[in-house]
Ligand binder design. Structure first.
Ligand SMILES: *Cc1c(COP(=O)(O)O)cnc(C)c1O
Length: 403
């Protein structure tokens, strides 16, 4: 199968055929053409970034139902901004000291089962994570891993927020966590980085009462990889903006947009904040706006049909291959898209699943398939970042190794 040559060929860097879905380490998603065009036009002219943030914030607020919105350089960056906002509020001194938090409350309470690699983003702002509950979901007793009272019990004078990683399987339910957090006067930060589609989720967690919600701009929204959405209460978005925007300014002529914050209510100009290294360029901001608008217009059913048709190519192509069985996993629950689950019987096939998936990655172009189930002897084919040609190529190469 022939491939159109890419800029990576020119650079001598192996291409990737992406059958794994929107994974950051292999480039996330394909930016929407509308967003690419918008970004290239954005590169031609200048704009005050705070004005552009206001415009993006209006759109985010409109689609999420949150009071305010802001754009960071990824969902993880928005988690850092959210934690910084929860810790510092409007206090310029604390903003200037972060991530040092001596003498100020800095604890984020999280159900233990919500801990994950990305929570380093909270800690990067100076937060200390206090996790509660246990992992007792699997002993067949019906007990829950975390009870709302355990969250309540952990909230003290040192607590600045409750952290919640949103997945369809997350417990306790978000609305119950919001209730205990608000009863104790602390906000809830929701990491919903990968939770769209469905489109309705853009507003669902705000509706459930979350004070700050983050989404990745570079996953299914298909904006630039280096964008994330922060949607939330105005007071937190204000603090996030103050700690993120470039603040190397002359105070005498500093007139920031009042939609973001009121200069008069501040004691002065903040120093460059903890969020300053997480900067977002005008191109990314414009790209995210264009991508989000296109995402809202997308025909979700047609897209799912397209994904399933692409997976049909894979299922049909692997049929009858010795040692291989496939099944379709419908999308919508644990993952946003349907996938083909490929099971490899090591007794019957030439390679086991680990060897096969490893070998596919070593080729040129590299082929990445979903590797979450390797320990069970299987892998997944995700259609989101594949073309139909790509699907055929993946089949051809799997057959090449196992046939
Ligand atoms: C992808 C992801 C992130 C990080 O998103 P970026 O936009 O790449 O920063 C954070 N949390 C979860 C649960 C994710 O899946």
């Amino acid at each position: 199968m022939e491939y159109e040559s890419t800029i990576y060929d020119e650079l001598g860097v192996p291409n990737v055929v992406n059958a794994a879905g929107t994974k950051t380490r292999i480039g996330g998603s394909r930016i929407r053409p509308e967003a690419v065009e918008a970004m290239s036009r954005a590169a031609e002219a200048f704009v005050r970034l705070s004005d552009l943030q206001v415009r993006a914030g209006e759109l985010i607020s409109e689609v999420t139902g949150a009071e305010a919105g802001y754009v960071g350089s990824g969902a993880a960056a928005c988690m850092t901004l959210a934690a910084a906002a929860a810790i510092a509020g409007d206090d310029l001194g604390t903003m200037a000291r972060l991530p040092e938090t001596e003498g100020v409350p800095n604890e984020i309470v999280m159900p233990r089962t919500h801990r994950n690699g990305y929570d380093h983003a909270f800690r990067a702002a100076g937060a200390r994570i206090v996790d509660v509950g246990n992992n007792d979901n699997y002993l067949g007793t019906g007990s829950n891993s975390t009870e709302p009272w355990e969250i309540a019990d952990a909230i003290t004078e040192q607590t600045v927020a409750v952290g919640y990683m949103q997945k369809v399987y997350s417990t306790p339910p978000l609305d119950e966590v919001v209730e205990v957090a608000h009863d104790h006067g602390v906000p809830v930060i929701v990491d919903a980085a990968a939770e769209v589609p469905p489109r309705e989720n853009l507003s669902a967690f705000v509706e459930a009462g979350a004070d700050m919600v983050v989404f990745s701009g570079g996953k299914a929204i298909r904006g630039p990889q280096t964008t994330g959405i922060l949607a939330g209460k105005r007071e937190y978005v204000r603090s996030a903006a103050l700690q993120h925007l470039d603040m190397h300014v002359a105070e005498s002529v500093w007139e920031p947009p009042t939609e973001l914050f009121d200069k008069e209510s501040l004691d002065g100009v903040p120093r460059q904040g903890i969020g300053r290294p997480l900067k977002v360029g005008k191109e990314e901001l414009v790209g995210l706006i264009a991508a989000l608008e296109a995402f809202l217009d997308e025909d979700q059913d047609a897209l799912t049909a397209e994904w399933n048709a692409r997976l049909d190519i894979v299922s049909a192509g692997l049929e009858g291959l010795r040692g291989v069985t496939t099944r379709r996993e419908p999308g919508g629950k644990l993952m946003v898209a349907p996938e083909v689950y490929v099971e490899v019987d090591p007794e019957a096939a030439a390679l086991d699943a680990v060897e096969l998936v490893g070998a596919l990655r070593e080729e040129n172009p590299r082929i990445f398939v979903g590797s979450d189930d390797l320990l069970d002897g299987g892998f997944t084919i995700n259609p989101m970042c594949l073309s139909d040609d790509g699907a055929e190529y993946v089949v051809e190469r799997i057959r090449g190794h196992l046939g």
